[in-house]
Design a protein around this ligand. Structure first.
Ligand SMILES: Cc1cc2nc3c(=O)[nH]c(=O)nc-3n(C[C@H](O)[C@H](O)[C@H](O)COP(=O)(O)O)c2cc1C
Length: 305
């Protein structure tokens, strides 16, 4: 395909490749490794109203075909991002998506209202994997009612900007979560966030992460991600962004084949900082090799009978 362009809830993406929150800094850190404007979309590190220093270390552990992290949503805070980072990003060419982290519905609404004012920010991605402090710490994204309430609160303040809800895979029925946020007005669903996990050291008898548990990402989680993306695409009519373990153009085509509109590249950016940029070229070549004529022809065309 000469033209990899795709539309995502009104956003024009030059190609379906976006970066995943927390794996691409605020974007500028990766500018030495490629042209940021080459990316279909750029999702920045989760932002909160106030800066956060995150969890104590160790907070990253390698695991077979993946990694566990317990960063604890360290970030510089929404206003520092807007002042110091946003002006340097190529927002006219590449949609910049702010990823939102908060601990209550009202805080999500305040953060969404603040970020939605800036023309440089094209859309809001709501991370519902975080604990709802008022409800004893269960993640918003583990309860359809709470996920819907957060989605509605952000949607009410986002104006014309698309609201993307990023689902956690740590649930019994991902379809129920997807339907709940679609009904609450979500414009896009992205999934999956990390899978809960832990690693221990038998020589010290200690957990390898200071936080004890963390989130698993990387190629190890790709089959889980693909299955959940497939299930959600069968269930909802809004566009879905697929992510989880993507590290090749073939992986990208798999997610689009099961119905995803776009994809995000996460931990693979740690393996090679030029990964997301290279995948744009590799996707171009592979679609030509496979003679895929358009995304409409390929998307969701998985044969199951
Ligand atoms: C170090 C690290 C930090 C992350 N931080 C965030 C974050 O701030 N907000 C968010 O929604 N997801 C965050 N994620 C989850 C990723 O965006 C992505 O959903 C997950 O890693 C699965 O994709 P992957 O297997 O391609 O990495 C983080 C992941 C990692 C590895």
């Amino acid at each position: 395909m000469k033209d990899l362009h795709c539309n995502l809830a009104g956003l024009e993406l030059s190609n379906p490749i976006m970066t995943a929150s927390g794996t691409f800094g605020y974007g500028l850190e990766y500018a030495p490794y490629g042209e940021l404007r080459k990316l279909g979309g750029l999702v920045v590190k989760g932002l909160s109203l106030e800066p956060r220093s995150g969890n104590p270390g160790p907070r990253i552990v390698e695991t077979p075909c993946g990694l566990l992290n317990a960063i604890g949503l360290q970030n510089i805070g929404a206003s520092s991002f807007v002042q110091d980072k946003l002006p340097g990003l190529p927002w006219k060419e590449t949609p910049i998506i702010a990823n939102l982290y908060a601990q209550s519905r009202d805080e999500f609404a305040e953060l969404g209202a603040y970020l939605a004012q800036f023309e440089e920010i094209a859309g809001l991605e709501v991370n519902v994997s975080c604990p709802n402090v008022a409800k004893g710490g269960t993640a918003f994204g583990q309860d359809p009612g709470q996920a819907a309430a957060v989605c509605r609160a952000v949607k009410d303040v986002s104006g014309a900007k698309p609201v993307m809800v990023k689902l956690t895979p740590n649930v019994t029925d991902i379809r129920a979560m997807a339907v709940a946020v679609q009904d609450a007005g979500a414009d896009v669903i992205s999934l999956i966030n990390t899978l809960s996990g832990m690693a221990v050291d038998i020589s010290t008898r200690r957990p390898k992460l200071a936080n004890i548990h963390g989130g698993l990402s990387g190629p190890a989680i790709k089959p889980v991600a693909l299955h959940q993306v497939y299930q959600v695409c069968q269930e909802v009519s809004i566009p879905v962004i697929g992510l989880g373990g993507i590290s090749s153009a073939r992986d990208i085509l798999e997610f689009i084949l099961v119905g995803a509109q776009a994809v995000q590249i996460g931990s693979a950016n740690f393996l090679r900082p030029d990964m997301s940029f290279r995948l744009v070229d590799e996707l171009q070549t592979l679609t030509e090799e496979l003679e895929i004529s358009s995304w409409d022809e390929w998307r969701g065309s998985l044969k199951v009978e």
